[in-house]
Each structure stands twice: as structure tokens, then as C-alpha cells.
Ligand binder design. Structure first.
Ligand SMILES: [Zn+2]
Length: 372
């Protein structure tokens, strides 16, 4: 008994260690959210991921395959975004009926530095009475049903070549493997949840779908992406009425337009929040910049009370390049300090204007750019 438990334990531990190494690699390359140059963060690239494809049909309805339904909805969604938002770049993980590995899908999103990853799926159950739409974010399942959905969607990797080594021994059929999702950090959880709830709102309001809510479960494809990401289950092909809706042009239009509206709401709210944070930060840094006139530098320290500084106010010492530097006067307005520097040069002919933020001398050009 003990031996079996022990072996079982090592079995899990080995898997988890492998997955942790993989997680580590993924998190090292996390792009910071606020990294866009010279301006507030904007949602610029969205990756749309139609589930399954090619030799993997996904869930099977009586008359339909998941892979066809989700491709049609994905292409409509991408078209809406492209037609209505000039500033957003749409990338698909597939735009036709081909098989794409799960890690490849995540890689496409990561390499393109996507701001949002939207994976679109449809559900299937043996119980044909179940219907409705739900949106998942990465996390640990809170009930068995959510675990089952994640296991079913993850099982696609068994159709991939060499999946055991590609996913570090992760076994999609083993609930044990999901222990890893308990250990991971989800840096983008808040934003993923935000977008997920926008989607569910639009599904119930715009598309009048039965709202099954926002849920969490361990989907490999979400786990491997390094940006806010969701997996949408648009409905059940196993329910005859819902299957008819999912197969219809109108149903697909409504669902795609609901996801588009959710994306628009999400983008607007993220960007206005980021814009506010950016201008506050800018105002703060502007306030932090002051101008002074450097009068002398010395290898030896000079007392601020030294008679050479007499008659000047705001005498300050800075250090840099192994020297003690002394500056006088203080203005936040550049023109005023230039005027002041002329009078200083009567006593110190080599005096010049410097810019200081907090207690650090910064390049004058940088300060001028910020106080313009
Ligand atoms: Zn699926």
C-alpha cells in the first residue's frame, strides 16, 4: 500500500516538475502590459482562435461539427473588428479547415504579442437537454463538470504527434495532471475575467442566449498564452434547438456580433483606464522635474556653506562620475532658469543649466520633452 502511494506520489511530482519548468519558461517571457512606447497602453492585436479543425472535428452534433461552427463565427467576428476598428490587428490561429496544435495556437498569440486571445468553441454532451453559452478563463475548476470540459478540450493534444514530450508529460485524461493549475499564477486573471463578463453580458442581452456564466478551468491553450485570454463555449451542438441556431447564418451573426461588442466594450474600458493612469503618471513626473544651474564640480567635497556659494539660494550637491557637483537656484520653468544662469555666469563663467528629477540629474533634452 505504502509502495503504491509512494510511486503514485513520485509519478505526480515528476509531471508537476516538468510542467513547472514549462510554466517558468512561459512567465519569463511575459510582456509587460504597459510596455507600449510613448503613450498609454492600447489594445492593438487580437488573436482569434477557432477551436479544432482538420482531422479534429471537436464536438459532434446530429447535423454539425464544432470545428465548422466555430470557424464561421470566428471569421465573422474578425470581419466585424476589421470593419469597425482601424487600430486593431486581427490574427487567426486558423482561417480554414486545418488541424493546428494547441501549443502552436498559443505560440501564434505570444509571438504576435497579442493583447487579447479569444478561443471559440462549442460544447457537446450526452444529455441533449443542456444548452446555453459560457465563457472560461484560466484557473482551477471549482466543480467536476468544468474539469470535464477542460479535459475534453485538452484531449485534442492526443491527436498531435509526440504530444507527451511537447507538453512535458501532461496527460489530458488524468485529473492528477490538473494539479499544476493550482500552482500557477495568473497575471492576467483580472482582465480575462473582465472580458469574459463582457462576453456573457452581450450573449444574454444582444444574442438572447441562456447565460451559463463565467467559469474557470485548466485549458492548456489558455495556460500557454501570455496575455488576457478566454475560451468561449458558444452553445451545445448536442441540443437540437441550439444546434440549429449555431448552424444558422443568423445565429452565427448574432454570436459573432455579441463577441465583437464585448471586445469593443472591453477595449474602451481598458484604454480609458490606462489613459487616465498614464496622464496622472506624466503629470507626476512633470512636477518632479526642476532646473538648476551647476556652478562647479570637484573631486573633493565642498561644504554647502562655503563662501563661494554665498548669496545663492537652493545650493545642492549631486554626485556622478566620481565628482561632487554643486548647483544653485531652482526653477520649474526652463526660460526662467536660462535667464537666471546668465547672472550666475558673472561669477561662474562656465556655469550651465541642469535638470533634476527627485535627486538625480537627468538629461536636459529629456526634461524639456516632458515639460513642453
Ligand atoms: Zn472545443
Amino acid at each position: 500500500m505504502t509502495r503504491i502511494n509512494k510511486r503514485g506520489f513520485f509519478h505526480i511530482k515528476r509531471k508537476v516538475t516538468g510542467l513547472l519548468v514549462l510554466t517558468g519558461l512561459i512567465f519569463v517571457f511575459l510582456p509587460p502590459l504597459h510596455a507600449q512606447e510613448n503613450g498609454p497602453y492600447r489594445v492593438r492585436t487580437v488573436v482569434i482562435d477557432p477551436g479544432h479543425g482538420g482531422r479534429d472535428p471537436g464536438a459532434l452534433g446530429k447535423r454539425s461539427k464544432e470545428k465548422d461552427i466555430v470557424l464561421a463565427i470566428s471569421l465573422k467576428l474578425g470581419k466585424y473588428i476589421e470593419q469597425n476598428m482601424d487600430d486593431v490587428n486581427v490574427i487567426y490561429t486558423r482561417d480554414r479547415d486545418v488541424f493546428v496544435e494547441l501549443d502552436k495556437r498559443a505560440e501564434i498569440a505570444n509571438e504576435n504579442k497579442a493583447d487579447l486571445f479569444i478561443s471559440i468553441h462549442a460544447n457537446g454532451l450526452s444529455n441533449s437537454r443542456v444548452y446555453g453559452a459560457e465563457t472560461f478563463v484560466m484557473g482551477l475548476h471549482t466543480n467536476e463538470r468544468n474539469l470535464e470540459i477542460a479535459m475534453k478540450e485538452n484531449a485534442v493534444i492526443t491527436l498531435e504527434e509526440d504530444y507527451a514530450s511537447r507538453y512535458q508529460g501532461y496527460d489530458p485524461h488524468s485529473a492528477e495532471s490538473f494539479i499544476i493549475f493550482n500552482l500557477m499564477q495568473n497575471k492576467h486573471l483580472e482582465q480575462s475575467l473582465h472580458f469574459a463578463s463582457c462576453v456573457q453580458n452581450q450573449f444574454s442581452e444582444r444574442a438572447r442566449r441562456h447565460d451559463r456564466g463565467v467559469k474557470q478551468a485548466g485549458f492548456i491553450v489558455l495556460w500557454m498564452t501570455t496575455m488576457p485570454s478566454v475560451l468561449i463555449e458558444v452553445g451545445f451542438v448536442s441540443n437540437p434547438q441550439e444546434e440549429a441556431y449555431l448552424m444558422s447564418e443568423q445565429g452565427q451573426d448574432y454570436l459573432a456580433s455579441a463577441i465583437f461588442r464585448a471586445f469593443r466594450d472591453y477595449k474602451q474600458s481598458i484604454e480609458s483606464r490606462e489613459e487616465m493612469a498614464f496622464s496622472q503618471a506624466e503629470a507626476l513626473s512633470r512636477r518632479g522635474v526642476r532646473y538648476k544651474v551647476q556652478v562647479t564640480a570637484s573631486g573633493r567635497r565642498i561644504s554647502l556653506d562655503h563662501e563661494m556659494f554665498s548669496g545663492f539660494s537652493h545650493v545642492e550637491e549631486f554626485t556622478g562620475n566620481g565628482l561632487y557637483k554643486y548647483a544653485v537656484g531652482e526653477e520649474t520653468d526652463y526660460q526662467r532658469i536660462v535667464k537666471f544662469s546668465k547672472s550666475v555666469r558673472e561669477r561662474f563663467p562656465d556655469a550651465f543649466v541642469i535638470a533634476v528629477r527627485d535627486t538625480t540629474v537627468i538629461p536636459l533634452s529629456e526634461a524639456l520633452r516632458q515639460t513642453e
